[in-house]
Write a protein that binds this ligand. Sequence first.
Ligand code: ADP
Ligand code: MG
Ligand code: MG
Length: 862
Amino acid sequence: TKRVYLLNEGNKDMKMLLGGKGANLCEMAKLALPVPPAFIITTETCLEYFSEGTGNLPKALNYEAELKTLEDDTGKTFGDPKNPLLVSVRSGAPASMPGMMDTVLNLGLNDEIVQGIIDTTGNERFAYDTYRRFLNMYSDVVMDMDKEPFEEVLDRIKARKGVKLDLEMDAEDWKEVVGEFKKLNPNVPTDPREQLRGAVLAVFRSWNNDRAIRYRSYNGIPDEWGTAVSVQAMAYGNMNDGCGTGVAFSRNPSTGENKFFGEFLPNAAGEDVVAGIRTPQPLEEMAEKWPEVYSELFSYQEKLEKYYGDMQDIEFTVENGRLYMLQCRNGKRTAKAAVKIAVDMVKEGTLTETDALLRIPANQMDFFLHPTLDPKAKKTLIGEGLPASPGAATGKIVFTPDDAEAMANVGEDVILVRKETTPEDIHGMKSAQGVLTALGGMTSHAAVVARGMGRCCVSGCTAAEVNFSAKTLTLGDVVLKEHDVITIDGSTGEVYLGAVDRRSATEDVDFQTVLGWADSMRKLKVFTNADTPEQAATARGLGAQGVGLCRSEHMFFEPERISAMRAMIVSESKEERLEHLATLSKFQRKDIEEILTEMDGLPVTIRLLDPPLHEFLPHSEDEMKALADTVGKPLSVVKDRVAQLQEVNPMLGFRGCRLSVVYPEITEMQAKAVAAGAAMCKKAGRNPKAEIMVPVVSTARELRLIVPRIQKAVAEELEEAGVKVEIPIGTMMELPRACQTADDIVATEGVEFMSFGTNDLTQSVWGFSRDDAIKFIGRYSEQGLLDFDPFARVDEKGVGGLIRTALDKARAQQPDTKVGICGEHGGEPDSVQFFHSLDFDYVSCSPFRVPIARIAAGQAAA
Ligand code: ADP
Ligand code: MG
Ligand code: MG
């Protein structure tokens, strides 16, 4: 096996073996760019190191010949005091993991060699500066010593001299620093070859440092890859004022503007730019100072960008007026830059629309839909939760929905802070600029509702102590009182003290172009989950082609409606129930007519009442009294009824179609309301396409009971209205049993479509309560039991496997059954890809995720 490669032996396609950095160094050398000579130890050798487990370099690794080539190419000799070669020992994984692993610079120094450098260059300051850098880095990276004592030495000597900058230190000062560093760590090996072995081992080990492991798990990079090690001749940016170092991007990584962009530091080493020791200068100043070097660099970045067909991130060093290229890679960029660069590159003819679309990070496209925090703004982080609903909001904190509403009515911006939210908080959530909850995950009530409203929301901020009676919010040491100002960022889950500047999102022309590409390529339709006409209108504006889920109960959360709902629930007889249902019916008909009007010509799937009834019930004594007054019954009766409806496990309780089984009159009212809404639209000359969906089905027998009742109610209502419209009926697939018996389900007379409710399906397949999983799911990820939150991204093997089974059975029975998905997964790019691969007809997601789903669906088909 070949374990060591010279630059002329590799190329850019060998990232798996040579790491991204190594492969690109080879490619730049091939393009005749000035790269300091180097050799690369393969990732396979790193794996060999781990599997041998001796703590020593693999026995079969030998780089003496390649080291000799480096010496020949540079005319210097490793370890020779008269003309020493110094090297950098650099990590580099197959996928970019910026700054996560270790690198040692200026390796090959000892007391004798430093003297040699002084003798040959006559530059004592440079020699000692380089030596102190080496001692510091070697102690830190290879010998795992604390950095602080080294920093203290520097600070002490600078303070004594009354200087702040490294640049103000002279040769004597650096010599003194070197002396002190050697006292701190007398054990740095003096043999350059031993140093090299130590550094290579340290780079191997850094593959498994905590930072790197976390970064990999977060970015889905396999632990099995290993890192390559590049050993490269040093280029010196720290010799004198004719030297320097910098980082550049072929286009602006923040805005995407097609303008060479970067920073450099004169008389400094590369690590100084990263560490932020000095404020670097814009490249424009380098253009003035060294026009020739600048134009050389400019031509290389142009060449590299063309060659790689993507925006490049470049590291370079200038040694005595000579430019050296140290690294190039596809640059990381913001959502805004990603979109602009993709569109520009298509215009320039560099990329096809398909390739450009595939470059778009669909997940980050929220950026275009919500105001975001100004990245330059000053901010104080006081807490972190889940990024439940994107956007950023600033406001005074309030603890009750009523306070939120009252404050909003007088024009105040508020953030509603709750332990968790319930349906009764809706008006408060609507009034607030944003919502912060201590409990609940990405699919908690607060998160789902907030996303539906386009309200920003941070949920599951478990460190937040919400004291409802004292009206305080405690985050660590910070105690906030009612009306104190905070800012929350629903795109990152962060919570900040006070106000933070925001930037408003705009109708971005480039973003629209990208959406256009996606639409022309995708096969999946993108629907939305919308409960109100406003949400439907928003989603339609964002490109929704229908409503895949209209939760009819959300129409009952308004204050005046909830009291009718409560009255209905506490009814003691069918007559009484019918009376209150009649009130609810009026609202429901009107709502459905409005939503069908908004979605004129597009399908609207209305789901029958789903949640456990007790969710609607009053909780406090006061609320129960009020209800007792409304329905004219003694408080004790109301209390009994509430107690009766309490459930031990409501998610698996009296909900969904079970309500239809027990109270057919509720279903009848709802079916008639749908028919009436559609009839009214039809009469007004519109084209209503209502559909009715039955939730929480576990057996086809439920459907055989309920579907005919729906058909009858619909027929009666349409007959009465004297109108003909089709109202297809379908079923939710959200319980394992329904999936296992999908053939029976689609064989049921009158069942025309099925929609996978992946939130409940995930809950029932994993047996994880979606409202409680937050308490342990974090620990699961930390210990490697979960790669991702299955409520956010579909679990392809488990939940997805069951979906596959259901589809196979259903399609064997009824090949053309219409199939959709309406969980939160409908707006998550990886999941969308999965549903595309299973030939779904549509995905349905929150209004503000519609554009993301459109892009993801386009990418899946591209
Ligand atoms: P990272 O992957 O963390 O960016 P690098 O291996 O790129 O680590 O090293 C960090 C910095 O060290 C580089 O940006 C560069 O400035 C400097 N460096 C690395 N190798 C050399 C070299 N051969 N000559 C001069 N500087 C180097
Ligand atoms: Mg680098
Ligand atoms: Mg459900």
